[in-house]
Design a protein around this ligand. Structure first.
Ligand code: GTP
Length: 177
């Protein structure tokens, strides 16, 4: 960690299949808003938010990437320099959960992480407000244990446990800085 060099900016990337709620989760966290209207992310959006982590004021630069394959080639430069990556899935879609392995690999290759085996990943299960769950908390926790990632779940819609994963990501990112 570098200290005393002015404000710290931490780059956090959200990746995962289209429609899992990456934009919604970020929007809920940064702007305290939610819309049920779906608008595909084109390329990327990024938002900044200043938070206090371990007593230090840091700026989170949160990058919301497109889950649509059409725009995935944009991933390459975006992933570089990231301090933490959030792998997002929809708890009502097993396919979106199974896809995370591929997203993680892709991130490590394209992001050219210096130390891939220790790069911090946070796994986030969204849409816990829905009843038709296809991925149990237990299944998700098991996979996270296997890959050494931390697991969080919540709902952007109902504003459940939205802050925790970001604060944890900020903490991990700061250690990576
Ligand atoms: P791409 O931009 O295509 O990668 O999608 P995305 O992952 O950013 O998903 P987005 O945030 O656009 O959400 C997709 C749809 O899921 C929208 O209709 C949202 O309103 C809905 N959605 C997002 N979060 C939740 C949630 O927590 N619960 C429910 N029920 N719906 C949600």
């Amino acid at each position: 960690m570098s200290e005393g060099k002015g404000p710290v900016t931490l780059k956090i990337i959200l990746i995962g299949n289209s429609g899992v709620g990456k934009s919604s989760f970020m929007n809920r966290y940064v702007n305290h808003r939610f819309t049920s209207m779906y608008r595909a992310t084109i390329g990327t959006d990024f938002f900044s938010k200043t938070v206090s982590v371990d007593g230090e004021s840091v700026t989170l630069q949160i990058w919301d990437t497109a889950g649509t394959e059409r725009f995935q080639s944009l991933g390459t430069p975006l992933y570089r320099g990231a301090h933490c990556c959030m792998l997002v899935f929809d708890v009502t879609s097993k396919a979106s959960f199974l896809a995370l392995e591929g997203w993680k690999k892709e991130f490590l290759i394209q992001g050219e992480a210096e130390d891939p085996s220790h790069f911090p990943f946070i796994v986030l299960g969204n849409k816990t407000d829905l009843n038709d769950r296809e991925v149990s908390r237990r299944t998700a926790l098991q996979w996270c244990e296997d890959i050494g990632a931390e697991y969080f779940e919540g709902s952007a819609k109902d504003d459940i446990d939205v802050e925790k994963p970001f604060l944890r990501a900020a903490h991990s990112a700061l250690q990576q800085y």
